[in-house]
Design a protein around this ligand. Structure first.
Ligand code: CP
Ligand code: NVA
Length: 309
């Protein structure tokens, strides 16, 4: 049975730990002579309906380093599903390639693609989830905190990155605290699911409005852009609403001493984070960006080897 990587909800805590272990292992052995060849003779197509720097280049690099062939499609065919049906696209792709990586808008688009294609589909970000980012954060957290059951605090919009990080934290039994403005909360169905999952694993998920309250016990403070890709027309209106959630030195002073900071990037400096925080010694943004590469290699290795054990 082929497996996809659409959200962390489809993976058990043990499987997610296995993915992080694998990411750590490929990171460690990256420059050794004994490189992996899990994608030797195989092609992977990357489809981007939205812009990307990190995701595109780390998948392409990862595919190359695993011996495979990466083909990237961006823009020229319009949005996925506009020129032909998602089912027809899936039935074409599965005849040529061994894996599909997609960044798109509605999450149902990627679910449909995964339903119709008999090769693994990886979510490289949808409006609802960004699970690859959470694996990169997970590896970074492992490197910084080991097995400690940390408190991960998120300030800003309760959307894709926030939801995936919440799911990751819940699976790991961490304490996850989010503070969002009213009207930009984490969708209730995702919040309730994560609260139940966290409880099962000895952690917790708390949703607040007060950013100062939210960072009180933070081991790491996280934020994301205020207007996501596709929401550019709302940027000015959101700016005023989100300003109280800016991660600046005042917020970091309320967090416990030594609390780290991260961001999925791209950062809008001066909006959701100030230069003095993102450029400070507590910022791990580029460690997390580096770990995108290793996390993506781990997911691809894992999916390519499904059923082989
Ligand atoms: N964080 C992230 O997904 O970056 P890109 O949009 O550049 O891929
Ligand atoms: N929430 C952001 C994440 C970018 C990596 C977006 O969807 O644009």
């Amino acid at each position: 049975m082929k497996r996809d990587f659409l959200t962390l909800l489809d993976y058990s805590s043990a499987e997610i730990r296995e993915l992080i272990d694998l990411a750590a292992e490929v990171k460690l052995t990256r420059s050794s002579d004994d490189l992996r060849t899990d994608l030797k003779g195989k092609s992977v197509v990357l489809i981007f309906d939205k812009p990307s720097l990190r995701t595109k280049l780390t998948f392409e690099t990862g595919i190359y380093e695993l011996g495979g062939n990466a083909m990237t499609m961006a823009d020229s065919n319009g949005r996925l599903g506009a020129r032909e049906s998602i089912a027809d696209i899936a039935h074409n792709l599965e005849r040529w390639v061994h894996m599909i990586v997609v960044r798109t808008f509605g999450h149902s688009i990627i679910e449909d693609l995964a339903k119709y294609a008999n090769v693994p589909v990886i979510n490289a970000l949808t409006d609802s989830f960004h699970p690859c980012q959470s694996l990169a954060l997970g590896l970074t957290l492992r490197e910084k905190f080991g097995d400690k059951k940390i408190t991960l605090t998120y300030l800003g919009d309760g959307n894709n990155v926030c939801v995936s990080h919440m799911n990751y934290a819940a699976k790991m039994g961490y304490h996850f605290v989010a503070a969002t403005p009213k009207g930009y909360e984490i969708p209730a169905k995702f919040l309730e699911g994560a609260q139940a999952e966290a409880l099962k694993n000895g952690g917790s998920v708390t949703a607040l409005y007060d950013p100062f309250e939210a960072v009180k016990n933070a081991d790491l403070v996280y934020t994301d852009v205020w207007a996501s890709m596709g929401q550019e027309s709302e940027a000015a209106a959101r700016h005023a609403i989100f300003m109280p959630y800016q991660v600046n030195s005042k917020i970091m002073e309320v967090a416990p001493k030594g609390a780290l900071f991260s961001h999925c990037l791209p950062a809008h400096r001066g909006d959701e984070v100030t230069d003095d925080v993102i450029d400070s010694a507590v910022s791990v943004v580029f460690d997390e960006a580096e770990n995108r590469l290793h996390a993506h290699k781990a997911v691809m290795i894992y999916l390519m080897n499904q059923g082989k054990k």
